[in-house]
Design a protein around this ligand. Structure first.
Ligand code: G4P
Length: 287
């Protein structure tokens, strides 16, 4: 499978990000808990140099708990402040405030020594498309927050959301580009739906997904589709198409449609809590 990317957008996004970085103290980076490595932007370390870093393992409701904990340790060992979030239902969102305060403790101390008291921490949310940035901001900001409007001179044209007396959040998230050289990374991004459907081969995607699940999550597919996981992948694709009544006009099985079902079921969590890559000392392993 081959993936296409959009370098033109990247250049503009990078420039904007560099500008926004000047305005903030802490970067809140969302990654997808099912693929924390592949959904992490490769250039953010350079862009966010000298900034305090918080990582949110978002969509943890869809990921495998065992690995989410391992990923949390993995990033903590690298010096990030990390917490788990389900932006959709709000679980873990409250804790983000505490984590940001903790992450910025040194800065708050430094300010205090300089006589600067009660200056709110300025934060920006960043992440690749579809990782949940808008959902998170809505949930984090809630109803109580107020937009502070433009700050002449310093933050021209920027809107800030005052979360409480301690934190202000840039109201537009920074959209980052994903890693794009490694095909395995591309495949995982495609599986969670971060790559536009038009450029995907959905059958191939479902094929890879089935192979991965049979190997790493025995029983999940057979529970949902009553298939025999020891059989060949193609046999099972046909069986799923049959069971789901995926047929073309002429009556033959519609594997494309069946593949769509499988991928959708995975993305919405109907195939269980699944993580597609695992941390280890060297490179993360997975699909
Ligand atoms: P973005 O700004 O980073 O591009 O992402 P956005 O907030 O639009 O979220 C992308 C999709 O991910 C949305 O689903 C959103 O509901 C879902 N999402 C965000 N955070 C979580 C989470 O923690 N858990 C789960 N399960 N889903 C999450 P959608 O299908 O595009 O919209 P909707 O049908 O949910 O409204």
């Amino acid at each position: 499978m081959h993936f296409q990317w959009y370098p033109g957008h990247m250049t503009k996004a990078r420039r904007m990000m560099q500008e926004d970085m000047k305005l903030i103290d802490v970067v809140i980076e969302l990654v997808d808990a099912r693929i924390p490595y592949s959904s992490k932007n490769p250039d953010i370390d350079e862009l966010a140099k000298n900034k305090t870093r918080v990582i949110l393992l978002n969509k943890y409701d869809l990921a495998d708990k065992r690995y989410t904990e391992l990923w949390k340790h993995y990033f903590e060992k690298k010096g990030y402040f990390v917490t788990l979030v389900n932006s959709k239902n709000g679980n873990g969102v409250k804790q983000v405030n505490e984590v940001v305060q903790k992450a910025c403790q040194e800065k708050i101390e430094r300010d205090r020594k300089k006589g600067i008291l009660n200056r709110p921490i300025r934060a920006m949310v960043v992440g690749i498309p579809n990782v949940g940035k808008s959902t998170f901001i809505n949930s984090f900001a809630g109803k109580a927050s107020t937009k502070t409007g433009n700050k002449p001179g310093v933050t021209k044209g920027k809107q800030w959301i005052r979360l409480n007396k301690n934190i202000e959040l840039l109201d537009t998230p920074g959209i980052l580009w994903p890693k794009f050289e490694d095909q395995a990374v591309g495949l995982r991004l495609a599986m969670i739906g971060s790559i536009r459907e038009e450029i995907l081969n959905i059958q191939e995607l479902a094929f890879e997904l089935i192979k991965y699940l049979v190997q790493n999550y025995k029983g999940n597919l057979s529970t949902r589709y009553q298939i025999d996981e020891t059989m060949d992948v193609l046999v099972n694709m046909n069986l799923i198409a049959e069971k789901r009544a995926c047929r073309m006009k002429g009556g033959e099985l519609d594997l494309e449609k069946a593949a769509g079902f499988i991928v959708d079921d995975f993305r919405s969590g109907k195939l269980g809590n699944i993580t597609l890559e695992f941390p280890n000392q060297e490179e993360p392993q997975g699909v």
